[in-house]
Write a protein that binds this ligand. Structure first.
Ligand code: GDP
Ligand code: MG
Length: 163
């Protein structure tokens, strides 16, 4: 595999849906390290002629003593450390929320290679959220719809230089 891509972002932006589209049934084995790794799913992604490892944050639904915010932060930092680049998803239909800013700050502080994507961009409902995403200061977002498979060509174009 040529590189590792972490899909990051707050809950419900569509990370797992996109992960499943990229990976299909090719789930990779994850080392059973205590703590964090069991909450990160790894898979072998295929996108056109590109092959890479993709990481999704899973297990956030389980109740623990740790706050969701703390857990997301810890998982995101770990995913960033494992990856060559991060695909930072925001929900173009919901617009930019304060928790999106929290994730943007984590990625900036970690000096991650960030690809910003306005997900759920199918149709017209995502247009204003797409424009809001510029305010994160992470460059020009790409428009994606993980559920409908839109924007995959553009995603390929931005990933190809990393591969
Ligand atoms: P995660 O919490 O970031 O992993 O998000 P999920 O992948 O579980 O998706 C959260 C919700 O958003 C689900 O109801 C999905 O069906 C929906 N969703 C995911 N991708 C898209 C998309 O591209 N467009 C729309 N409209 N909904 C989506
Ligand atoms: Mg998920």
């Amino acid at each position: 595999m040529s590189f590792t891509l972490a899909i990051v972002g707050r809950p419900n932006v569509g990370k797992s849906t996109l992960f499943n589209r990229l990976v299909g049934k090719r789930l990779a084995l994850v080392d059973d390290q205590p703590g964090v790794t069991r909450d990160l799913r790894e898979g072998e992604a295929r996108l056109g002629d590109l092959r890479f490892i993709v990481i999704d944050s899973a297990g956030l639904e389980e109740a623990t003593d740790e706050s969701l915010q703390g857990r997301m932060r810890r998982l995101t930092e770990r995913a960033v450390e494992m990856a060559d680049a991060c695909l930072f998803l925001v929900d173009a239909r919901a617009g930019i929320l304060p928790s999106d800013e929290v994730f943007a700050d984590i990625l900036r502080r970690k000096n991650a290679h960030v690809i910003l994507a306005a997900n759920k961009s199918e149709g017209k409902a995502g247009e204003s959220g797409y424009l809001e995403a510029f305010s994160l200061g992470l460059g020009e977002p790409i428009r994606l719809s993980g559920e409908h498979g839109e924007g995959m060509g553009e995603l390929m174009d931005v990933l190809r230089p990393i591969s």
